[in-house]
Design a binder for this molecule. Sequence first.
Ligand code: DGY
Length: 329
Amino acid sequence: MSKPRLLATRPLFEPVRNLLDDHFSMEYWTNPERIPRAELLSRVAGKDGLICLLTEKVDEELLSGAPNLKLAATVSVGFDNIDVAACTRHGVVATNTPGVLDETTADFAWVLIFAVARRLLEGVEMIQSQTWKGWDLDQLCGADVWGKTLGVVGFGRIGRAVARRARGFGMKILYSDALRVAEEVEREASAQYVEFDRLLSESDFVTLHVPLLPSTRHLMSTPQFARMKRSAFLINTSRGPVVDEAALVAALDSGKIAGAALDVFENEPNVHPGLLGRKNAVLTPHIASASLETRTKMAMIAAQNAIALFDGRRPPNALNPDVLEKSRG
Ligand code: DGY
């Protein structure tokens, strides 16, 4: 029997390729430039499955041009690139990669918190430009992190992993979420549930860990920045459009907040020009989960989802398992 034909929009990693090549007839997009949309549409057209990145949209147009497609596996936990309802209509199982990137992403949220609070980049620049004249009492004085209040917006796996680390810094931990978590989870994280507005007004660091949904788009905009302390910092490792970048720039310009550290942007790879070149904005290119171990695990999970589906099993991370019920029923 011939192997199912899959397109992967990146070469992935060697151990993952080895596994995929055993099970499927694979086509990898290996060009260092990301796959152009037209190329994606034409290459996926005759395939049974697609392994893609969060930068590739799986939408009505793609699905209707790929009538044999049974799987769309994104190598990311966020799946706002996939129109899951359209996948369901087309009988395509969509999968993501939850679980393996929580700790790595939480580590990076702390990289950003410290970098922005302790003016890391200005210090590095002083050394690199050879403008450092030696120790001075008021040189690059930033803000303390230890003992402050951390506000975690979105208390899922990643938000909780960020909160767990805060205990080591003796911080007070507040969280807000659509739903309050169980008491033992709050106890384990030493976190207190508060309404979003209260979190904004009491936190020294507001860190975002929500998925991108219609309800979270521009969750942080002018009224929210106005509620924050003037000494507070915003951290975003979730999705760019959760923050209204124009409003953020205005808040930074007017001193409504002290600074921001962002790993994600509203219109990637573009960055609002008002964020560039500022001392109080630390900007990184969507790398919060980018350790080799974690990215390899993410790709491996996408591969395992594919193998499960084409073996006739339920993929562990199916986002629309109802497709499988229907095809069986
Ligand atoms: C995700 O997985 O959604 C991240 O944004 C990239 O790791």
